[in-house]
Ligand binder design. Structure first.
Ligand code: ZN
Length: 276
């Protein structure tokens, strides 16, 4: 712990030494006390591990933004079906929350068993955005076919339960990514319905959803391909490695989901289904 903080101190950006020493001692004492109370946490390893810290920030800053700003952008007053707004909010927040907890506690002394639980938590966040995020899309696509809409929502929920089981029990990044294939195929069927004019929804939403899935897929591929660090080992240890690029792409992907769903939710508030 001391070694880590000494290193940090040497890198301090212009703080007078005595000020920095005071801050460091205070922070060190507080964190150590808190963490030793809560759990057996490897504080020193976490603070010194720049990779963990950068990943924590890449997930934590968007989480704060989503928690505070997204509810302000959801058209609650115009919502005729309020659960769609709640589900969408949970969908946007859950992957960031899972990632923050995963990267915050990944240096736990508990070793592999704790790490596996944290990885499962991280995967649950991704599963939730895939599952809950698609429900408003399906709802709006089949807005004027209530029976088919209920059936499709039920089918997607059942499929998602199976996908969640596959994703959390997968033994590699590739099989984890492949677990989401069936959910993606289901969503693309609904995108096709919109594109073919058989489904309903805001005209601009389809483009957002396609970009959303495209960016998420790109992030997953970059993560499992370990690019660019594979091309230049050591150069991307702290910043711009594949996992960080994936986090950035996932955040942009969620933003496209949000823009698409808010367009759809506003659209259903004034759209009237044609009478047969
Ligand atoms: Zn991560």
């Amino acid at each position: 712990m001391r070694l880590c903080l000494q290193t940090c101190r040497s890198r301090s950006l212009g703080f007078p030494g005595w000020v920095w020493a005071g801050i460091v001692t205070k922070v060190e004492d507080q964190i150590t006390q808190l963490m030793s109370l809560v759990c057996r946490y490897r504080v020193a390893a976490c603070l010194s591990a720049q990779v963990s810290r950068s990943l924590f920030l890449l997930a934590g800053i968007p989480l704060l933004g989503f928690l505070v700003l997204l509810p302000l952008q959801i058209p609650w007053r115009q919502l005729s079906v309020s659960w769609l707004g709640v589900v969408h909010y949970l969908a946007c927040v859950s992957p960031q929350l899972g990632s923050v907890l995963y990267h915050l506690f990944m240096n736990h002394y508990g070793g592999a068993p704790v790490y596996r639980k944290l990885l499962t938590l991280d995967m649950c966040g991704i599963c939730l955005v895939n599952t809950l995020g698609a429900l408003p899309i399906i709802y709006c696509t089949l807005l004027c076919q209530p029976a088919w809409r209920s059936l499709a929502l039920l089918a997607y929920s059942a499929l998602s339960s199976y996908v969640i089981y596959c994703a959390v029990s997968a033994h590699s990044n590739v099989s984890r990514l492949c677990s989401f294939t069936w959910q993606a195929a289901f969503r693309f069927f609904f995108f096709y319905l919109r594109w073919a004019g058989l489904g309903s929804g805001h005209p601009s939403a389809l483009r957002c959803y396609l970009l959303m899935d495209g960016l998420a897929l790109l992030g997953g591929i970059i993560n499992i391909s370990r690019l660019p660090e594979r091309l230049n080992p050591g150069r991307f240890d702290y910043w711009c490695n594949s996992h960080q690029i994936m986090h950035v792409l996932v955040v942009i992907s969620i933003l496209y989901l949000h823009w698409g769903v808010t367009s759809d939710l506003t659209w259903i508030s004034y759209y009237t289904c044609p009478t047969v």
